[in-house]
Design a protein around this ligand. Structure first.
Ligand code: F0G
Length: 353
């Protein structure tokens, strides 16, 4: 068996003999048991699904590999996406791998530096749009409706097919589905994909339960929670700065059918979870990723009892994507020392107490 989600989960994916078996090594990401936060939060059976371990540092690679393989199968001559950064990084990488041109539309000034660096390095054609993600997505849809370029946003059905493999992995690792799945919500594709994955595995007899889907938007970008599009979404978590999610309806369905919730967390709650995840677990996720843990912490404060429940938080992308925010928001101290053993001893032993 080769590497990657197409090889591993072929039977569950829309692939044929003619679909190229592409991979950059996506999927098979670690499900890490919480070492400290689970105990402290009264949720000892807590796991983190580390999607930052994918080849371009986010979960997008799972769907992109399938979308790209299908595009090649169909003779596509190029791909386009709108993105808050991770989709563009992933599309750029896979199109470089397949020698297809990639055009990425990103909201000007709103994409984290690491993601922009990736799209540039992989050689995508980058169009900076004067507008937010929702405007960029509308333009990408209009362009690809008119021209023979494949849209690889999650409105491309192959994207969600690939992304559902993360749910398969969670079940394969735990031996069953968890009781709860906490996940950030932006364009709402990933919560839709996980729910589909859990349902398909359940129907195939691979699990005996279905999890409650617990989705979290940022407070300033929470259209699903408010029940109306947000014209000018604002949050520090730029990956989920989205005011009119493409998969809105299917996310609501996942919530309602699973007995879950879609709620909002504030930027302060996101940043607190972001810091705790790194400093107490050794897991450096990007701010949007921390919305899952922030949501769990919020519901715990409101009295949700998770004792005896198996809980998974999806950490959707790597913290290295957004180095500026890490440096500016984490109060770390770097102490200057003279280049002598005595100076190093003085400082180090002083800090050991
Ligand atoms: N977490 C990260 C790190 C993301 O990049 C995204 C979405 C989400 C969560 C939300 O997932 O959109 O499926 O609900 N990023 C998209 C992008 C919008 O363009 O990279 P969703």
């Amino acid at each position: 068996m080769g590497i990657g989600v197409i090889n591993k989960y072929r039977a569950f994916l829309p692939v044929t003999e003619d679909t190229p078996s592409l991979s950059l090594g996506e999927g098979d990401t670690p499900l890490v048991k919480s070492s400290r936060l689970g105990q402290e939060l009264g949720c000892p059976d807590l796991y983190f699904k580390l999607e930052g371990c994918n080849p371009t540092g986010s979960f997008k690679d799972r769907g992109m590999v399938v979308a790209m393989a299908k595009a090649l199968e169909q003779g596509s001559v190029g791909v386009m996406c709108a993105s808050t950064g991770n989709t563009s990084a992933s599309a750029a990488a896979y199109s470089a791998h397949c020698n297809l041109p990639a055009f990425v539309l990103i909201p000007k000034g709103e994409v984290a530096l690491g993601k922009l660096a990736q799209a540039m390095a992989y050689g995508a054609k980058i169009l900076m749009v004067e507008g937010n993600f929702d405007v960029a997505l509308k333009l990408a849809r209009a362009f690809t409706d008119k021209h023979a370029i494949t849209l690889v946003n999650s409105v491309n059905p192959h994207r969600l097919e690939g992304q559902k493999t993360a749910a398969f992995e969670v079940v394969d690792d735990l031996g069953d589905a968890p009781d709860y799945l906490f996940i950030p919500v932006g364009n709402a594709g990933n919560i839709t994909a996980y729910w589909r994955g859990f349902r398909e595995y359940y129907q195939a007899g691979r699990s005996t339960i279905l999890p409650r889907m617990m989705g979290f938007q940022a407070e300033g970008a929470a259209p699903i929670v408010r029940g109306a599009p947000v014209a000018n979404p604002q949050t520090i978590a730029s990956a989920i700065r989205i005011g009119n999610p493409a998969s809105w309806q299917s996310a609501v369905e996942a919530r309602d059918r699973s007995g879950g919730v879609i709620d909002a967390v504030s930027d302060d709650e996101i940043l607190e979870a972001y810091r705790l995840l790194a400093s107490k677990e050794g897991i450096f996720g990007e701010p949007a990723s921390a919305a899952s843990l922030a949501g769990l912490m919020k519901l715990r404060r409101q009295g949700l009892d998770l004792a005896g429940k198996r809980v998974v938080c999806v950490i959707t992308g790597s913290g290295l994507k957004d180095p500026d925010l890490a440096v500016s928001s984490i109060a770390a101290h770097a102490i200057e020392v003279k280049a002598t053993l005595a100076a190093v001893e003085e400082v180090t032993l002083g800090m050991m107490g």
